[in-house]
Design a protein. Structure first.
Length: 457
């Protein structure tokens, strides 16, 4: 293997320039190479998807809500700021729990920064439609390219005006002209490019005077478990929310209960740590794995087994993944769990047989065009990958070091870190982008390696 274009041949995960985030610099981050099999336990922070759903519902609940063990990251901070701007009270306790006092009325006149968070840019506009005035929403440059049509069409179907500079708008930035409340009723949207369009409308549905009868028309529906998650979170707050047929949901009007909710760890963010056991060999354990969950990250148990791992879920909720020394490719329809694609692609790039990931054309509208990004970065690392209509194909190859671009995509950064365990000379541009959903990823990664002295020194 050649050492490629890495900025520093000493691949030790060390910072190299001015610090911009705990232990991270604006120089490419040298991904640690694993020199021996892992033996580590990693406590993964709370689920992004659950945290932002619970936060949003708490802001319009009938009483206060406490979120126990929520995620604290850029995406959750953006949601908290948005809810405060719309009139909710949000306090973080000393031990990291979050107390939410609902807004008595959803306040107009706010300007919301959605960053690059799909859960903020999709979930907040329907809430803004309940405001007693205009709410302006914008986000990062890339956020302006992410699809919003399902949300905007749904709102228009409910009689809401969404404009930019006076003209109808279908992407950020735009203004939602809230009228203080909505009638609700029957709405049809196309959610082929994001399940979040469906979740967004369902989440506010109990606050519509007639509730919501929502249908999806379109050839495909990605990330179905995330829609099930929305229904389950609503039901957990006392709302009558059901799937009444394929691509058809109904939410009855009613109060959203407050109370206490415990947030599950983020199973998709557990992915890179579990994948590390395959890339480096050895065992990685993640505690508090839920016995049952709507998080699509739970699919990792089966997927990693197919790729060559021994996977065991103990009675105390600890998930153990043990690498057996080889990583196999696989043919996988990831329609239901697209957010796992970069993690699986990283393993596929170091696997001993070909991989085909299907059903993920909609990843072109994620934080970056993830299909293009994966192909570009695997190729940069000396691998063989190509885009298909609805996914990627990856062939076995001997990789070499390179500086991996991340395109403001947290999962492209963790993709690079996984490859870097097995391939010397991998450095990652803007590893701080992982803060979108994971506080201090470099620290957690380093700690995983240090638990067995496995890091290169
Ligand atoms: O509702 C959610 O919390 C999410 C739904 C999915 O979005 P898409 O259906 O747009 O892929 C997923 O990829 C995203 O990370 C989180
Ligand atoms: C697609 C993702 O995020 P978002 O919630 O911004 O859509 C993701 O986290 O993989």
């Amino acid at each position: 293997m050649s050492s490629g274009a890495a900025a520093d041949p000493a691949v030790d995960g060390s910072p190299g320039g001015p610090t911009t985030l705990a232990g991270v610099t604006d120089q490419p981050w040298n991904a640690p190479l694993a020199h021996r099999p892992l033996d580590a336990t990693v406590a993964v922070p709370g689920s992004k998807s659950l945290t932002n759903r619970y936060l949003l519902l708490a802001a319009v609940a009938s009483g206060p809500t406490r979120l126990v063990a929520p995620l604290h990251s850029r995406d959750s901070a953006l949601m908290i700021d948005a809810l405060r701007a719309l009139g909710a009270g949000v306090e973080v306790t000393a031990d990291g729990d979050v107390d939410v006092t609902p807004a008595t009325t959803v306040r107009g006149g706010a300007s919301i920064d959605c960053g690059l968070a799909g859960t903020v840019m999709r979930f907040v506009p329907p809430l803004a439609a309940l405001a007693d005035g205009d709410v302006h929403l914008d986000g990062d440059e890339r956020a302006r390219e992410r699809p919003m049509d399902g949300v905007v069409d749904g709102l228009r179907g409910l009689g809401v005006d969404v404009t930019h500079d006076g003209a109808p708008a279908r992407t950020l930035p735009f203004t939602v002209h809230g009228t203080g409340g909505l009638e609700g009723g029957d709405v049809t949207i196309d959610a082929s490019v994001s399940s979040q369009f469906v979740s967004a409308l369902l989440l506010v549905a109990p606050r519509l005077r007639r509730g919501l009868d929502l249908r999806h028309v379109g050839e495909r529906l990605p990330s179905k478990p995330h829609i099930d998650m929305t229904l389950e979170v609503l039901r957990g707050r006392g709302v009558d929310a059901r799937e009444v047929g394929e691509g058809h949901w109904r939410v009855e009007p009613g109060e959203i209960a407050g109370g206490e909710v415990v947030v599950e760890p983020d199973l998709s963010n557990a992915g890179p740590f579990l994948a590390a056991a395959l890339a480096a060999g050895g065992t990685v354990r993640v505690p508090h794995w839920p016995a049952s969950t709507t998080q699509p990250g739970d699919d990792l148990r089966e997927i990693l087994t197919r790729m060559g791992a021994d996977v065991a879920l103990a009675e105390d909720g600890t998930l153990s993944v043990t690498g057996t020394g080889t990583v196999h490719g696989l043919d996988l329809d990831l329609t239901r769990a697209g957010e796992l694609a970069p993690t699986i692609a990283a393993l596929a790039a170091i696997a001993d047989s070909p991989t085909r990931l299907r059903g993920i054309g909609h990843l072109r509208g994620h934080e970056t065009d993830r299909l293009a990004a994966l192909v570009t970065e695997i190729t940069r690392l000396g691998g063989i990958a190509r885009e298909t209509d609805d996914g990627v194909e990856i062939e076995p190859a001997t990789l070499h070091g390179a500086v991996v671009e991340t395109y403001h995509d947290h999962r492209m950064a963790t993709f690079g870190a996984i490859v870097g365990l097995a391939v010397p000379g991998v450095a990652i541009v803007d590893v701080a982008t992982t803060a979108k959903t994971l506080p201090d990823f470099p620290g957690l990664w380093r700690d995983m390696l240090e638990q067995t002295g496995a890091a290169a020194g």
